[in-house]
Structures are given as C-alpha cells and as structure tokens.
Design a protein around this ligand. Structure first.
Ligand SMILES: C[S@@+](CC[C@H](N)C(=O)[O-])C[C@H]1O[C@@H](n2cnc3c(N)ncnc32)[C@H](O)[C@@H]1O
Length: 231
C-alpha cells in the first residue's frame, strides 16, 4: 500500500478522504490499518487531532465519574486516551483491530489506568467477554462498516455492553462528509440514523455537526452525538 492510502493527509480529493475512487476496496483490514500506523508518524495520520473540544463537550455533558468504565472503540493511537488520563479517569479500555496502533498508544501513555484489547468489531471475540461499560466512545470507526451485517454486529455488541444509564458517543462523517477515508468507502450518518440503529432504549442528549481540520489542512465534516441508555 502506498503511503497516500494510509494517511488521510495526502492526495485527498473532495469526496475521498485518502485515495482515488478507482482503487479496489481493501480486503485485509488488519494489515491495512497496521500499515497505516507503521508507515506514518502519528501526527500525520488523517484523523490525528489535538483539539478534542467537541468530544469533551459531550463527555462533560455525560457527567461521568472519574472511575467510570470508558471504552474507546477503534481507538487507534488517539490523543483522547492521553486527555482522559490527564483528566484523572481511571478505568479506560482502548480497543482496535490494529495491534500496532495500540502498541504505539501504550508506548506513549501511562498504562496504569489503561487496558488495551486487540479485536475486530465485525467479529468480536475478546470484546464479547468484557464487563459492561459506563461509556462507549467511537470517533471515525463505525462509518467504515458499510455492510448491514457488520453494523448489526457492532450495535448488538454496543447494546449488550453499555450499562443502564450509561452513555454512547458516536462521531462519524456526516451526510455532507467525505465518501471515503483511508481508501475505504464509508457510510455517512446523522443523529436520526444513529437513533434508528440504537433503538428506543437510548435517548439522544445532544448532537452537533463539526468540521475537523486534517493535518494536511483539508476539512472533514463530522456529526457528534451523545446518547444515554435509559431503559
Ligand atoms: C480513522 S481511524 C480513527 C482512530 C481513532 N478513533 C481516532 O479518532 O483517532 C479508524 C480506526 O478504526 C480501527 N478499525 C477499523 N476497522 C476496525 C474493526 N473492524 N475493528 C476494530 N477496529 C477497527 C482502525 O484500526 C483505526 O484505528
């Protein structure tokens, strides 16, 4: 894979986050993501962020206790974990299909309050064994699941693993967003679409659109939504 495929920061066009539309879809997803994390400095990845304010706007609204169990879905090597640790959250799980990403993350942060789980959300094994969590946070992962069966697997796991009164934060490309990222086609969302997938047990607390600036300077349109499991 060329580096332009693994980083959203290079060769991005209007509709595609990272690669030209004519490229064939990538099949071996674990090695695809591992190459992205191996071949690029973290701060050049097309989803790298230093401004976590939209995510923390929703985290603060959720009024999570510092010992709340928080799972970061498809965490990669995100700076969100650094920030959660610096804000004294003590029960964090970071999960991803890429062991390289999670190793990079573990090398960077204090792992005292962090557990990492390498697993595939479309075929969960270790994740199906975890205890329920108080918060499920996913930025830019769900939108890669374009097949109904993968979405169903994802939402079944979420519904099984989020505690009553627990929170779900979903931040994905919105309906005006790019149609591809990292060489992969994405499904774009709005809050109503999240609600439909989550069902009536989850209540929408807040939602907004957010324009993210990639390290390349290009912009990507996201929708950020916070839900609470109320029944
Ligand atoms: C665009 S990156 C976002 C990473 C991180 N959430 C962030 O905001 O920086 C997408 C992440 O989803 C992970 N991922 C993709 N498909 C996955 C799957 N089937 N199971 C688990 N993780 C997956 C990738 O390895 C990658 O780290």
């Amino acid at each position: 894979m060329e580096s332009s495929h693994s980083s959203c920061s290079i060769n991005a066009d209007k509709s595609s986050c990272c690669s030209s539309e004519s490229k064939p879809e990538i099949k071996d997803l674990k090695s695809h993501w591992n190459k992205a994390y191996s071949n690029n400095p973290e701060n050049k990845l097309g989803w790298f962020e230093t401004d976590l304010s939209p995510m923390f706007q929703l985290i603060s609204k959720s009024t999570l206790q510092k010992n709340a169990s928080i799972i970061n879905i498809g965490a990669g090597s995100t700076t969100l974990v650094d920030e959660l640790i610096s804000q004294d959250f003590t029960n964090i799980i970071a999960t991803d299909i890429s062991d390289v990403a999670l190793q990079n993350l573990s090398n960077r942060v204090n792992t005292t309050h962090l557990k990492t789980i390498v697993d595939d959300l479309t075929n969960p094994s270790e994740l199906s064994k975890i205890e329920k969590v108080d918060a499920w946070i996913d930025r830019a992962v769900l939108h890669f699941f374009t097949e109904e069966k993968d979405q169903e697997t994802y939402f079944n796991l979420l519904k099984e693993k989020v505690n009553l009164n627990g929170f779900v934060i979903l931040a994905q490309f919105n309906l005006q967003g790019a149609t591809k990222c990292s060489g992969l086609t994405v499904k774009r969302y709005n809050a109503e679409m999240f609600q439909e997938k989550l069902g009536t047990d989850f209540k929408l607390i807040e939602s907004f659109d957010y324009t993210y600036s990639m390290p390349s300077g290009d912009e990507r349109e996201y929708v950020y939504s916070l839900f609470q499991k109320t029944t």
